[in-house]
Design a protein around this ligand. Structure first.
Ligand code: GLC
Length: 460
């Protein structure tokens, strides 16, 4: 990690630019997670910033709270050993220029609700919230509506090159950077190392089915494989990895041709249904489970395999809530014969409200939130994988989240869901068609119906 990458730059270093509130004054002092002025270089300085306590500095600085620029920040709720609220407080304690009020939205698994709340606020164009986080699937919509400030001037090419290129592309719409990377999520396979019975970690779905059934039969675990079949956004995430793991796709490369009734796609969805109705490696309950309900039986020791996001690892290693500490491995999701493993790209990114009246303060905050030190903190404390390439190589990450480094290709090579400003409509069609197909079994018919509806939405 080069010296210039280590700590956020102060606001004044970045210049102000049109649209900022002239009355807004933001003291320029580069700072790290502790509020220490930027000093020193090398890994020690970088990591030392994370370890020092912020309380004493915070108390002194809170005394000056009245002089601060107040901004609002809305984000879905994430948790691990810490919460987003705690990280926001670290920012507040780290400096005396800006104070952030955090509005905690529902968790990301409640995607439709989070989306609606953000749309309602942003559509008012009154500058509130000044900063928000957005699921990677909404970037096109929010940028297309003119709600997200273009960040190209504030975060130039020399900053952007530090992020994984795929996330950079996902944060760009209409040639403008309208989101700043926060974390990458990617679907992966959690497995019980003690239940493999000498078999290698499954690379194909056939292999997984065999091990899962053998484990259920021997009484090693009640459930073979847990995933998320609830009529919700996560179902589309699971769908993408099954379909693309069989060489299929939802949309063609032109972004308009809908490929949902192709043979490979239909076969992938039939496999999903079969896990419940045929091979019975998954309980009927997965049809009403999103992330957490599917995670709990796994960390409770009742399942051989689980598809989920990276946040699960930290929980699985916590003896207070997990009965499988030290017995969990993480691997790329299996693929179908002749296909390739494919993870669905997830993750949230920062956005600055195009109508903010506190532009400099908002930029200062997102700069800090996306800095190397804060990204490392989010990774070690909340299990959220960094979008900065150099942070992925930090020894502290290897220590707390070893799977992230071994599965780096899974994160950086994840497959996006359809990229369109109309994604919010597309996903509702997919969720309802696939959930009906899973429950009733008329897979081809359900997918053909969805194909017609999505073609109308994306305009082919
Ligand atoms: C995770 C992903 C997000 C996805 C959501 C679905 O939070 O990061 O992209 O939409 O799960 O539940």
């Amino acid at each position: 990690m080069s010296k210039s990458d280590k700590m956020p730059r102060g606001a004044a270093e970045r210049g102000s630019g049109a649209g900022s509130d002239p009355s807004e004054t933001v003291e320029a002092m580069p700072h790290d997670l502790t509020g220490q002025p930027r000093a020193g270089s090398g890994r020690r300085a970088f990591l030392g910033g994370v370890a020092l306590g912020a309380a004493a500095l915070g108390a002194a600085r809170r005394a000056r709270a009245a002089d601060r620029t107040e901004i609002g920040f809305a984000s879905a709720k994430f948790f691990g050993k810490e919460t987003v609220a705690q990280v926001v407080e670290m920012y507040n304690s780290s400096q005396g220029r800006v104070h952030v009020s955090y509005d905690e939205l529902p968790p990301p698994s409640d995607s439709t609700a989070v989306h609606q709340l953000l749309v309602q606020q942003l559509a008012r164009r009154n500058g509130s919230p000044d900063v928000f986080t957005q699921d990677v699937i909404w970037i096109a919509e929010f940028a297309g509506a003119g709600w997200a400030l273009a960040l190209d001037d504030a975060f130039g090419a020399e900053v952007r090159k530090d992020y994984f290129p795929g996330v950079g592309v996902a944060c760009t719409w209409g040639g403008k950077l309208t989101a700043l990377p926060w974390f990458i999520d990617s679907g992966m396979l959690y497995y019980r190392t003690d239940l493999l019975g000498g078999a290698k970690v499954p690379e194909t779905w056939d292999e997984l089915v065999k091990i899962a059934q053998a484990t259920q039969k021997s009484g090693g675990a009640r459930f073979g494989f847990l995933w998320q079949g609830k009529q919700a956004e996560v179902l589309v995430c699971d769908l993408v990895s099954f379909i693309t793991g069989n060489g299929g796709a939802i949309l063609g490369p032109d972004g308009k041709t809908v490929l949902l009734d192709e043979e490979k796609t239909v076969a992938a969805v039939e496999f999903m249904r079969d896990t419940i109705a045929g091979t019975k490696i998954s309980p009927q309950d997965v049809l009403s489970w999103d992330e957490e309900p599917s995670r709990r039986p796994f960390t409770g020791g009742q399942a051989a395999f689980l598809r989920n996001w990276s946040y699960v690892y930290t929980i699985a290693q916590d003896p207070k809530v997990s009965s499988v500490v030290g017995k969990v491995g993480v691997a790329p999701l299996p693929h179908f014969a002749g296909g390739q493993s494919s993870a669905c790209l997830g993750g949230y990114q920062y956005g600055v409200n195009a109508s903010t009246k506190k532009r400099e303060a908002a930029l200062d905050f997102v700069h800090w939130m996306s800095s190397p030190a804060t990204q490392l903190h989010f990774a070690t404390e909340l299990g959220l994988a960094p979008t900065r390439a150099a942070v992925f190589d930090e020894p502290a990450l290897a220590k707390s989240q070893p799977f992230m480094q071994t599965l780096k290709p899974v994160f950086v090579g994840a497959t996006p869901r359809p990229v369109t400003p109309k994604y919010a409509q597309v996903t509702l069609v997919l969720q309802s068609a696939v959930s009906r197909a899973l429950a009733e079994g008329n897979v081809k018919q359900a997918l053909s119906g969805a194909k017609e509806r999505i073609a109308t939405i994306v305009g082919s």
